[in-house]
Design a protein around this ligand. Structure first.
Ligand code: F3S
Length: 65
């Protein structure tokens, strides 16, 4: 599983970071981005899905190729 935060949609609610601090980091403006290249370790996939479901801006997406 791989995820991405759309910088055009993220407005800094920080729910993602609160739910899965291992997967997201927040910049000085409170905007989120994925840690590393967004690859989610299997044990964190539930938290990744929870974060996707809880972002009010629908800014977090799962990347499927
Ligand atoms: Fe941004 Fe959504 Fe997280 S708005 S800070 S990606 S909860």
């Amino acid at each position: 599983m791989k995820i991405w935060v759309d910088p055009d949609k993220c407005t800094g609610h920080a729910r993602c970071y609160g739910l899965a601090p291992d997967l997201f980091s927040v910049d000085d403006y409170g905007l989120s981005s994925v840690v590393g290249d967004g690859t989610v370790p299997p044990e964190l996939e539930d938290k990744a899905r929870l974060s996707i479901a809880n972002c009010p801006e629908y800014a977090i997406v799962e990347i499927t190729d």
